[in-house]
Every structure is written in structure tokens, then in C-alpha cells.
Design a protein around this ligand. Structure first.
Ligand code: ZN
Length: 63
């Protein structure tokens, strides 16, 4: 026999069961997610900047 589970989602930060359509179980998890997202975005920008700097250096040396 299969237990019927009402439609629900899971908090994308800690995985707790939450009402369907929700993404976070609490304000704390929402803030944690925002924090991680900003950190990842900053890292991406730093990587892009490093690649551009490397490209400029290679270009200047290549002449
Ligand atoms: Zn959570």
C-alpha cells in the first residue's frame, strides 16, 4: 500500500517539507539562499574579470 502524500514542495535550502508553490521553509532559509546566490554571482564576476585580465595580458605580450 502506498501512503498518499498531499502535494508539497521541499525547502531548497534545508529540504524541509513545505506547502506546494513555496520555496523556503522560513525567512532564515530565504536569506541563506540569497546569501549563497550573491556569493556565487560575485565569484562569477571575479572569474570573468580574471579571464579578461588574462586576455589583455596575453594580447599585450603577443604584439
Ligand atoms: Zn529551510
Amino acid at each position: 500500500m502506498t501512503e498518499r502524500v498531499p502535494p508539497h514542495s521541499h525547502c531548497i535550502v534545508c529540504g524541509a517539507a513545505i506547502p506546494e508553490g513555496e520555496r523556503f521553509c522560513s525567512e532564515k532559509c530565504r536569506m541563506e539562499y540569497e546569501r549563497r546566490r550573491k556569493k556565487a554571482a560575485t565569484l562569477q564576476w571575479m572569474l570573468a574579470g580574471a579571464l579578461i585580465a588574462l586576455g589583455v595580458v596575453l594580447m599585450l605580450r603577443g604584439v
